[in-house]
Design a protein around this ligand. Sequence first.
Ligand code: FAD
Length: 351
Amino acid sequence: MTRSADVVVIGGGQAGLAAGYHLRRLGVEHVILDAQAAPGGAWQHTWDSLRLFSPPQYSSLPGRLMPAQPGETYPDARHVVEYLADYEKRYELPVERGVWVDAVHRDGTHLRVESEAGDWRARTVISATGTWTRPFIPAVPGRREFSGRQLHTVQYKSPVEFAGRRVIVVGGGNSGAQVAADLASVAEVTWATQRPPRYLADDIDGRALFDAATARRQALDAGSTDTGGVASLGDIVAVPPVRAARDAGLLHAKPMFTRLTRTGAEWADGTLAEADAVIWCTGFRPALAHFASLRLRGTRGHIATVGTRAVDDPRLHLLGYGDWTGPASATLIGVGRPARDAAREIASLLS
Ligand code: FAD
């Protein structure tokens, strides 16, 4: 069965919902197809102790402030899931759940969105599939040799199963710091980072990150010098659990090891560390396999865009993946503006 819509939004996480909010405001007919069985996008799957790096008022989608979480300055992921579920209900966003989109094809003046639940004939498509389904692990020598357990952040849930174990946590970003802090009091943790961890000042919140990302985008658009964006402030937000572990002297980073051995890791100076598990907190890539057959231009796994619009096809927009689709667009507070711009462009194209 083939159905039709002016806009098919692929992905019903925060980016897909922000797009739905603005399309609805502009009266543009649309449907949101989401692979998950329940609302909340990637937030449903993060580890139990994860804390947002910003207070709720700086973690809000357009139209509705995230309420405070009782007793918490930095909300947890469960709170975000509840907020997103409430958001989609409040704005009656047309989300179809349990629908995995396999591919998007050109079909004359339209696009054909191929899904397990049937095809959609669309005039335009917004892709908002995030990065969580594409975890990245770097090619490190010896990875296949290591006989212990290896997992990526996406598989990490809680420290309980690592109690008393020797664990190497890899990655100097927020995920690496939060996972290392989570494990520090129950496991023997070695934290390996490519460069020494750079903590943001303890009083910096999500708003400063958002401002830095916006300033960088504006500078680049104006042809001025790159301000460095969020990275210029540091890599790690000192959320309370990270701050507590750091201040208790439990977070010691070592440089990145040069290879994994059968029983652990080896550093350039010959130091060895035995390990039962390695947790790779090494980031993600955009989930864009559904665009493969369109052969869109791009570099480093990205698709060339102007704002959110694909350079090669004005009927396609990409939303939420990272700064390349709008300043801080991979954050709750940052995705609103590019979502608004995408919806406006689409409304004007359709009319
Ligand atoms: P997702 O939440 O991943 O949603 C995409 C949806 O699309 C999912 O439901 C997915 O199942 C679905 N999908 C994917 N492919 C398909 C397909 N082919 N067909 C159909 N559906 C599909 N941001 C903040 O603002 N504050 C923070 O404190 C913060 N902390 C973070 C901590 C961690 C560890 C991580 C990883 C990210 C954090 N972020 C934070 C960043 C950001 O908010 C999240 O990455 C966010 O989940 C991105 O939202 P999204 O809607 O783009 O993608």
